[in-house]
Design a binder for this molecule. Structure first.
Ligand code: PLP
Length: 223
């Protein structure tokens, strides 16, 4: 199957309110260009250097999403162009993103990553840490970032019930954002996005309320 036909099949299966991020990590620019020529404009990468090299070489109407774990000292390399940083899981990182956004005279959109999987290795905040972050005075000072919602990754397992439980948990945390005391109305108006679902589990994620899926291998083939 070609990249174009993979993409078209997936796009045809997505409800209108679900945004497709084509996860192109490790793939060459020629593969990304095939997706681009088939109409795809949102790409997800997990390494800042690789994403920046691709950004330099590719058309400028592409929206680049950082979906991997971000080290603070590398934020500056993507701050001029990144559209959405999906894996934000600390105040310290948000402060650095804010600082670099300010330097570039822009506002950078972010998702906060929530730890929903059983595995220890996956990054993210738990519900208490999320609430603490969003209501802290330090957070309120950050004027050059905007939180659009939450991102999460389910456990890597065949157990559909387990995955469903984790996605449902993320959706319930998302819904509870509206009732966090002290998280301002102004900030709440931007909350719109639940990024969950990958090649193996995106139909289930959509059933559970996902509005953004991150799909790599089903479009570009295995890595
Ligand atoms: C690699 C990756 C994906 C895409 O995974 P596929 O199984 O290839 O669809 C999605 N989200 C994150 C955070 C990733 O690192």
């Amino acid at each position: 199957m070609s990249i174009q036909s993979n993409l078209n099949t997936i796009k045809a299966s997505l409800p209108e309110h679900v945004t497709l991020v084509a996860v192109s990590k490790t793939k060459p620019v020629s593969d990304l260009m095939q997706a681009y020529e088939a109409g795809q404009r949102i790409f997800g990468e997990n390494k800042i250097q690789e994403m920046t090299e691709k950004w330099e070489q590719m058309p400028k109407d592409i929206q680049w999403h950082m979906i991997g774990h971000v080290q603070s000292n590398k934020v500056k390399f993507m701050a001029p162009y990144v559209t959405l940083i999906q894996g934000v899981d600390s105040l310290k990182l948000l402060q650095e993103i804010n600082k670099q956004a300010l330097k570039n005279n822009r506002i950078i959109d972010c998702l906060l990553q929530i730890h929903i999987a059983e595995e220890e290795s996956k990054f993210g905040l738990d519900e208490n840490e999320l609430n603490e972050l969003l209501t802290s005075s330090e957070f309120k000072e950050l004027k050059n970032i905007r939180i659009l919602g939450l991102m999460g990754m389910a456990t890597f397992t065949e157990d559909q019930n387990q995955i469903k439980k984790e996605f449902t948990h993320l959706k319930s945390i998302f819904d509870s954002l509206k009732s966090i005391e002290g998280y301002g109305k102004d900030a709440l108006q931007y909350i719109s996005t639940i990024s969950m679902g990958m090649s193996g589990d995106y139909p289930l994620a959509i059933e559970c309320g996902s509005t953004m899926v991150r799909i790599g291998s089903s479009i570009f083939g295995g890595r």
